[in-house]
Design a protein. Sequence first.
Length: 184
Amino acid sequence: MSSEHPTETTPEPAAEPVGPWRGLWLIATAVVVYALDVVTKVIAVATLEGQAPVELLGGAVYLQLVRNPGAAFSMATGMTWLLTLVAAGVVVAIIWILPKLRSTGWAVGLGLVLAGALGNLTDRLFRAPGVFEGHVVDFVSVFAPNGDFFPVFNVADSGITIGGILIVLLTLRGRDYDGKVAKK
């Protein structure tokens, strides 16, 4: 028996299975990286305050306490309150996406960005000089002290950067947060 239905099409590749696992990946990633950010900042403030930069790995890394009132690369230093609102918006957006999340890669990427946003938001809310004006604690400088080669950063900044890169790579590969794969 032959099929006389020329309109038959090949089925689309299935999206990743639905279930709570993607959300758990996001939450677990965010909790681990956020905790690491908070702990390293507490240690940095306790041990590096008022100290000269500490050289590690033959000068590849320097530990040095810097209180950053601005965004990445010390931009927008007079707009701490706006940066606080942007970070809060990022947190809300990621929580809004959570129920629609069907991609493990996106879950990890968004978890990293969420942890970074929460880490720096915590500083902006609870550190001096005050609520919505708090300075972010940065303490890692690479290849030179004082951010002479690359701006001084922290674990939260690393989470945002790595998570952002992962999300861009997934997008370039046609992978959506809802598990769908775009045809090329």
